[in-house]
Design a protein around this ligand. Structure first.
Ligand code: NAD
Length: 322
């Protein structure tokens, strides 16, 4: 069989690289980064057959430096903003995705952020460590999920898995997704985006970042939200207008938010969100569990076996129409 040289485009840790290598066939080589520098990416991608992409974008210059590249394998699904599609198309590269691992991890994280925001967990924890015992102060702003209407913006793989998990708390499910057929809605109620903005108690975002979804949650959307509503975004920074959301949270025009993704990642401690007690923040880790990495890599390397055997790939994206 043809040995494969596989370039890993994100900077990981030695433990993470060891986990990835444990899923590889013995005659595949994983080429990893020691720094987060684009110059090292261009050096190391040269001579590799495949590039694995995670949250760090695979740019045009890196694709151009990959003289032997034939396949880009995303280890998740959000390729719209992480792969330079024009450069990949121009080179005639193929692209495959990995829903395995991703879907459950993100769905669980959406529930985690919703509960953490509803109960102000990170604020209460930080305060307790500083000697402030808020046994009563949070009662007026702390919520349960039971009986609430959860609005999903995007009802694909992750939105639907998240809905199943929220439903276990006794919530009502409504969604907006023009791409979902009624028979795939599984009892969830379809609603216009404006209705969701104005009526849902909790709004969870699960759309890709495209020109059509950029700032889908903008100042006007947020202005329609109830003062008691919570926004959760585990999809992509850029779908939410961060400046508009930070202003609404600071002015208590909505109750709280739980955010895993941001415009301009990574954000630093001077970001407006960091001064707000009513927002829970995580650093783009929704799909970043040990379990997810294990499932993702098993699926990626199984697909790479198909690739070198000339078999059809699972979850291939047609770059001509993407
Ligand atoms: P999916 O393709 O199964 O579902 C996305 C859904 O969004 C589709 O059903 C589509 O019709 C819908 N959609 C597109 N444009 C829309 C619009 N304007 N309004 C409403 N709905 C719209 O994808 P998925 O597996 O559910 O993943 C969703 C997104 O989650 C990914 O594109 C990615 O950006 C993000 N994601 C984030 C992380 C993370 O670590 N935070 C991890 C994985 C995926």
């Amino acid at each position: 069989m043809t040995p494969l040289k596989v370039f890993y485009n994100s900077l990981g840790t030695p433990e993470m690289y060891a986990m990835i290598r444990s899923k590889m066939a013995a005659d595949m080589t994983l080429v990893t980064l020691d720094t987060d520098e684009d110059a090292e990416r261009r050096d190391k991608v040269a001579g590799c057959d495949v590039a694995i992409v995670a949250a760090k974008p695979l740019t045009g210059p890196t694709i151009a430096a990959g003289d032997r590249l034939r396949l880009i394998h995303h280890q998740g699904v959000g390729y719209h903003d992480t792969v330079d599609l024009a450069a990949a198309r121009a080179r005639g590269l193929r692209l495959a995705l990995t829903p395995e691992g991703t879907t459950i991890g993100v769905a669980e994280h959406a529930v985690l952020l919703a509960l953490a925001a509803a109960r102000r967990v990170t604020f209460a924890d930080a305060e307790l460590r500083r000697g402030h015992w808020h046994v009563n102060a949070l009662r007026p702003v702390s919520l349960e999920l039971y009986g609430k209407t959860v609005g999903f913006v995007g009802f694909g793989r992750i939105g639907r898995e998240a809905a199943r998990r929220f439903a276990a708390f006794g919530t009502r499910t409504v969604f907006h997704d023009p791409g979902v057929a009624d028979d795939a809605a599984h009892g969830a109620e379809r609603r216009p985006l404006d209705w969701i903005a104005g009526n849902a108690d909790l709004i969870s975002i699960h759309v890709p970042l495209t020109e059509a979804t950029r700032h889908l949650v903008d100042a006007a959307f947020i202005a329609r939200m109830k003062p008691s509503a919570i926004l959760v975004n585990t999809a992509r920074g850029g779908v939410v207008d961060d400046a508009a959301l930070a202003a609404a949270l600071a002015e208590k025009r909505i109750l709280a938010a739980g955010l895993d993704v941001f415009e301009g990642e990574p954000i630093g401690p001077d970001h407006p969100y960091c001064a707000l007690p009513n927002v829970v923040l995580t650093p783009h880790i929704s799909a970043g569990t040990r379990d997810a990495l294990s499932h993702k890599m098993a699926a990626v390397f199984l697909n790479l076996e198909r690739f070198r055997n000339g078999e059809p790939l699972a979850n291939e994206v047609d770059l001509a129409t993407a």
